[in-house]
Design a protein. Structure first.
Lengths: 282, 448, 302
């Protein structure tokens, strides 16, 4: 009896703690969401209340107008192009390479795998300038190529690692059976391994998309012309202290820039959680 | 047997990858194709100036840093120019001040500078020195850029090493913008050309009577510092010495110890944000300032953002030698890239910007006093009250200044950033004014 | 090749050839986008390369010398170490505690998990970084809330050199959700039989935690520690957007320092040198962490 009561109390307390922490964590996001519906002049005057005194969509309208005649619609389109192609590239190349690491037999496989793992620990910033100069030599600066092409060469170790790990978990008997049926290395990949790896591909795809979506430094270095900016860079420009103080519009566009990420999160949460749990990464 | 096979496999893989690569670039929609790659190719054929004298055609890129008002105005004027020259198309590149220089540096590195570039006094020399900008002298002589209505002194603002590499698109002068309403309430008169002592006296009185502080060193400390140094007929960007800087740091220390100096901690997040300027932002008394050390053209924005009933006014920064200290500078320039593919259109745009009265009826001095005297006199009736004050102020300073403004060297950005750090340390009391002056002079001397 | 008929298709279908074909994108990418830029960067670190100057010269070790003589470099080292070695342990600790709490509450675990994980997903976004700056602004949300409960509502969180870095640490800790998920799944993999055995032995709960749970989690903790330490050293966006390194350089993170060296001070050569030094620092820290591994990381099976 006693023990039971005590543990019930403990359970209640831990529930309450978990709930309170959760609310505190989410509060800033809710605050921003609600503030975007306030009149822009009122946001910081009524910072303590979540509910707008007067609901308005003006911030969304103002923000959507964007910068120097380019609307946020355009910026979002650019973002989708970059993130979309970048994700396709990461998935195509990482699954091929991951398959080879998982099933391939060739000299130097272990060495290559180790090199791939080492890229996990290589800070991208180390390469910021030399990569810029190199892309410059290739004549790619001023286009989306530097943001997209490298993803087709599986240099993001995280994705390769995630996919290799997953493929290692697919029973080898399946390949062997297929081989007896006369399937080649490629058709085993296309017909058996790839379809079975869809969960890992989705996980990798989600991360790839979100990371590309958030990246503004790459865009700042490589993208030219306001009309070609992705949403992340546009938001940065929009919120630059010297250029803007329309907090209502900034928050409204911030919220919009989070929509794709939150949508992915809600619909594909299961894959994210599984991906993280199985690889122990990110 | 085995080796050639592997090599062959590698070759094929390369080919496959190349195919993949090709596929990425072609799946990119045409409208998002980079300006840098598309514009030269398209604009090359119709470029020659010979075909018709006044029909401009071709593509150029126009780059500027801005704020929402300036962006709107710039776009509008750009459209006017295009309407007048149907064969011209202009692509815009605009970002905030800080990112602007990052972008411009990467563009210069890739030999891809925009055709018409908004330039600043602190970067002009560096870009010219590295051969990135075009000498406009021939264009000015041929009349393609008509500066006949621009006073000689203003034309001279764009002179570097004997060439003219930039055309001012607005002049301004250092201006101490203050809360006139408050000063009237307190019975304080702020005359033009205060001495340092008078300035300190006013600051103390405002603090004692109203509890409001004085922000003179935080917005951009290099401006008041340079102003003081000019009073001694010295150029801090050429031979920095501790004696030049010590009076300024002493002022900072005095303000901090006596309480009237603005607290750097409260200034975070306010730099460059008009609405957040302690002059007009309101809030606790000790986070307010009666003054801000800015530029004459800043008055418009500050007055517009000021609370109702607050009238702002301006006066030159304090100095022991105002005639030496005061100056008029180009608040911004337009330059043309050395490697532009379309000199004629670029020059046409700069010319339009300098001389077109209708364009200036839209901009109304947002970038500063227009370069052309004709433009100034034509738009004066259209100017608001604040705009008229601004024009008067700059002409007053023009008459009362004796030493022309010298361009800042390339290292100015880094030196400024160090200065900001040292000012904070002095205000915080971790370093004495004498040590601050010595260490700052050494730092600057090292870079110059 | 002799007389054997050569078939291209057949050749490509051989397993070892096919494996190489499949791994080829990585080999090419690794060379083209990592090795080449790294070598270039090493080379540039010995030159006075300048973004807007067409020519440059070999200047030997000058960049390295300048960099170590720059007091702001040491400020950046201090800020970066401080940030990394507070935010990473705090984040892991927090993640572990919440994971343990969540392990028990069975009903709403899905909702809580989502609630906690959302910040990790959004944390890299500029929108959140901008928001964070407004929370701690002098006229921001936190002070408004403090005023509501009658506390001092005018403290400049982002202006005081004692508190500013903590606002950034908090932003990092706020994103503990992904580590929490990792801990959760690791906790679930601990077989119940171990606990059953120990409860028969009469072990108390804390004892069970320190004797069973924690040791079995150490490999997970270790792995996260290494990866997050590395990413802690690479912190950039939050300082770039919120503090610009201030006040008094207390949040001048290494990468921000590097960025400013390259773009504000126009010395990409020195920036490249800094990048290499950072690589060495990260390598050394990782190596040290691996050295300590055998003292605290459990490497037996269950």
């Amino acid at each position: 009896m006693m023990v039971n009561k005590k543990s019930r109390l403990g359970h209640f307390i831990s529930q309450a703690v978990v709930l309170i922490i959760g609310i505190v964590m989410i509060y800033p996001l809710i605050w921003m969401f609600m503030s975007a519906f306030k009149e822009t002049g009122q946001i910081f005057h009524t910072a303590t209340s979540l509910i707008p005194e007067k609901w308005t969509l003006e911030n969304y309208a103002n923000g959507w107008n964007g910068v120097s005649g380019v609307t946020f619609g355009r910026f979002f389109l650019n973002s989708f192009i970059i993130s979309g192609l970048g994700t396709v590239g990461a998935l195509v190349s990482s699954s091929l390479v991951g398959y080879s690491f998982s099933r391939g037999r060739f000299k130097g496989r272990k060495l290559l795998f180790a090199l791939m793992l080492s890229t996990l620990m290589l800070p991208a910033q180390v390469l910021m300038i030399p990569q810029f100069l190199w892309f410059n030599t290739l004549g790619w600066v001023g286009s989306y190529l530097p943001l997209i092409v490298p993803t087709f060469f599986a240099i993001q170790g995280f994705f390769v690692y995630l996919i290799t790990n997953f493929m290692d978990g697919i029973p080898k008997e399946l390949d062997e059976a297929a081989k007896i049926d006369g399937c080649s290395f490629y058709s085993i990949f296309a017909r058996i391994i790839l379809p079975l790896s869809v969960p890992a591909l989705i996980t990798a795809g989600i991360f790839s998309f979100i990371w590309k979506w958030d990246d503004f430094l790459g865009a700042l270095l490589y993208v030219r012309g306001t009309i070609n900016f992705p949403a992340s860079l546009a938001l940065r420009m929009f919120s630059d202290p010297s250029t803007a103080t329309d907090w209502g519009a900034i928050f409204a566009m911030s919220i919009l820039s989070l929509v794709p990420v939150v949508t992915i999160f809600i619909t594909l949460q299961r894959y994210l959680v599984e991906g993280i749990s199985t690889t122990g990464l990110k | 047997m085995k080796k050639p096979r592997i090599i062959l496999a590698m070759l094929l893989a390369v080919m496959m990858s190349v195919a993949l690569f090709g596929c990425t670039s072609s799946t990119q929609p045409p409208e998002s194709a980079p300006p840098a790659e598309s514009s030269p190719a398209e604009s090359a054929p119709p470029a020659p100036a010979e075909d018709t004298a006044d029909e401009l055609s071709g593509n150029i890129i126009l780059a500027w840093w801005g704020n929402p008002t300036r962006n709107e105005q710039t776009t509008e004027v750009r459209e006017m120019f295009q309407a007048a020259n149907p064969g011209v198309s202009i692509e815009e590149l605009t970002v905030g001040w800080a990112d602007y220089w990052t972008q411009l540096a990467t563009l210069a590195a890739s030999n891809d500078l925009p055709d018409v570039i908004q330039m600043d006094i602190s970067t002009l020399e560096e870009y010219v020195g590295n051969g990135q900008l075009m000498d406009l002298t021939p264009l000015i002589e041929s009349g393609q850029i008509d500066l006949s209505n621009v006073p000689e002194a203003v034309v001279g603002l764009g002179r570097v090493d004997g060439g003219i590499y930039a055309v001012s698109i607005g002049q301004n002068a250092p201006a101490m913008i203050y809360n006139k309403t408050l000063m009237d309430e307190l019975g304080i008169d702020v005359p033009n050309n205060l001495t340092i002592d008078q300035f300190v006296e006013i600051s103390k009185k405002v603090y004692e009577d109203a509890g409001i502080r004085t922000n003179f060193a935080l917005s951009d400390p290099s401006n008041p510092l340079e102003f003081l140094v000019r009073g001694d007929m010295a150029n801090m960007w050429v031979n920095p010495a501790a004696e030049m800087f010590q009076p300024f740091f002493e002022l900072v220390a005095q303000g901090a110890s006596e309480g009237w100096g603005y607290d750097p901690a409260s200034f975070i997040g306010r730099a460059g944000v008009v609405e957040q300027d302690p002059l007009i932002a309101g809030g606790e008394l000790n986070t307010q300032s009666w003054v801000t050390f800015g530029w004459s053209n800043g008055l418009t924005g500050l007055q517009a953002a000021a609370p109702e009933g607050v009238v702002l006014a301006m006066a030159p920064y304090p100095s022991h030698n105002p005639a030496n200290s005061n100056y008029v500078r180009a608040s911004m320039y337009f330059s043309i890239a050395a490697n532009t593919d379309n000199v004629d259109v670029a020059a046409g745009l700069v010319n339009f910007w300098t001389n077109n009265v209708d364009a200036h009826k839209i901009m109304l001095g947002e970038r500063g006093v227009p370069a052309s005297a004709v433009v100034v006199s034509t738009i004066t009736p259209d100017m608001s009250e604040v705009g008229a004050i601004m024009l008067d102020y700059v002409s007053m300073v023009t008459e009362n200044s004796t030493i022309p403004y010298a361009l800042r060297p390339a290292a100015a950005g880094e030196i400024n950033s160090q200065l900001r750090l040292v000012v904070d340390e002095v205000a915080f009391g971790t370093i004495t004014p004498a040590d601050a002056a010595a260490s700052f002079a050494a730092f600057a001397g090292n870079l110059l | 090749m002799k007389s054997k008929k050569f078939s291209l298709i057949g050749f490509l279908k051989e397993d070892n050839v096919a494996s190489v074909v499949c791994v080829m994108p990585f080999i090419i990418g690794f060379l083209a986008f990592l090795i080449v830029p790294m070598l270039l960067s090493l080379y540039y670190s010995f030159t006075n390369y300048h973004m807007i100057r067409p020519t440059y010269e070999w200047i030997g070790l000058d960049n390295y010398r300048n960099m170590f003589n720059d007091p702001r470099f040491w400020s950046s080292i201090r800020a970066t170490f401080y940030f990394t070695f507070t935010s990473v342990p705090l984040r892991l600790l927090f993640a572990l505690i919440v994971a343990l709490l969540l392990l028990k509450s069975s009903k709403l675990v899905g909702i809580y998990r989502a609630m906690y994980y959302l910040p990790s997903i959004l944390g890299g976004s500029l929108a959140v970084v901008i928001l964070w700056g407004r929370i701690f602004h002098q006229d921001g949300i936190l002070n408004a809330l403090l005023g509501l409960v009658g506390l001092n509502r005018h403290f400049a969180w982002l202006g005081d050199s004692r508190t500013t870095i903590w606002t950034l640490i908090l932003l990092a800790v706020w994103q503990f959700g992904s580590s929490m998920l990792i801990f959760l799944s690791a906790l679930k993999q601990i077989p119940d039989s171990l606990y059953e055995a120990s409860s028969i032995d009469g072990a108390s709960r804390p004892r069970r935690f320190f004797k069973i749970t924690l040791p079995l989690l150490t490999p997970t903790i270790f792995f996260n520690l290494v990866m997050q330490t590395i990413s802690g050293f690479l912190a950039f966006t939050q300082a770039f957007v919120i503090t610009q390194g201030g006040p008094r350089d207390t949040t001048r993170f290494y990468v921000l320092h590097m960025y400013q060296t390259i773009f504000q001070n126009q010395r990409p050569g020195e920036g490249a040198a800094q990048a290499w030094v950072m690589l060495l620092i990260i390598g050394a820290i990782t190596a040290i962490l691996f050295k300590t591994k055998r003292f605290w990381v459990y490497d037996g099976g269950f």
